[in-house]
Design a protein around this ligand. Sequence first.
Ligand code: ATP
Ligand code: MG
Length: 359
Amino acid sequence: MAEIRLENISKTFNEDCVVKNISLTIKDGSFTVLVGPSGCGKSTILRMLAGFEQQTEGNIWIDGKLVNDLAPSKRDIAMVFQNYALYPTMTVRGNIEFGLANRKVPKIERQQLVDEIAGIVGLTDHLNKKPDKLSGGQRQRVALARAMVKKPKVFILDEPLSNLDAKLRTQMRTELIELHERLGTTFVYVTHDQVEAMSMGDEIIILNKGEVQQKAAPIEVYQNPGNVFAAEFIGQPPMNVFGRDAFESVLEEVPEGVSSIGFRPEHAELALETRNVPHMAELESEIVTLETLGAETVYKVKNRIGMMNIRSFSTPIPSRGTCYVSIPLEKLHPFAADGSAVPDTDLSANKEAVLHGVR
Ligand SMILES: Nc1ncnc2c1ncn2[C@@H]1O[C@H](COP(=O)(O)OP(=O)(O)OP(=O)(O)O)[C@@H](O)[C@H]1O
Ligand SMILES: [Mg+2]
């Protein structure tokens, strides 16, 4: 088990600063997920933690120890990559055992350890097979087992599920969560998939362009996004965010300092008739498209605020055409000009429900 601390970490490649002065603590025993768009610096951060890349500036502590000058093999970290190349000529047992190869562990002990780990990841019946006889999920488990035999203080996983199909990915997600609970080791997990981040992490770090946008528990990121980037990154479809002007025609008063306002597609309600509910801004709207997903329907609608997504769990409205969208005022998220959330701004002070025409 180990806490990881990054202090003023920067990384520059050919004068291009891809990680910008990041300071953060990854809690001992946590399942911390680094999430962000392609190229935002996720893998670079992992590689610096593992020691495969040297930071340009800053300090890294693992379990209270400064590891800046420590070789990867001395950091007590095991890393699982997206492309977890297994040795094709070795059996599953051989592949897992290989992680111990240069550790001078006695043979009997090695066998016991491999048996134990194989049991944990559900590979006991496959130990004598070669990788080409395994499914994608089983291969992924071999890669995990190979990392696990080292009994590391920290697991680092860089998009380990992205080669798997959707169903297997969901299954492996659950297995990884269970594995983490059983081992109690610190997991640092990288993904660009926000659903994966939300479902797996007990802490999420949202990155963009080499900078931390928000670090919080998933539910906190969802309920109180720290800025527009975090608000739009988490949630599917993403939060609807519009400029102050768009809302000025709908709300009685938009406080100073508020430059844009967002609300989640699932917090708005859609009806065929006007309802005039208090504490809701009601907008006459046109349904542009609708996606019926079974349990839910996602509508794209147009109204005087703009084009927005509405996610509804009621029976789908069969036809396109006019509808009424109600947005609860207490669910509005105000943001400042720099994109940061404006705390303690209660837009629900705009008490009255207002009906607005399409134009
Ligand atoms: N060895 C390198 N030399 C030069 N530039 C690099 C090197 N490694 C990464 N970069 C650059 O650093 C930036 C961050 O890359 P990184 O691989 O960390 O992104 P990422 O968040 O992991 O993206 P992805 O989701 O696509 O894997 C990118 O712009 C990339 O081109
Ligand atoms: Mg990457």
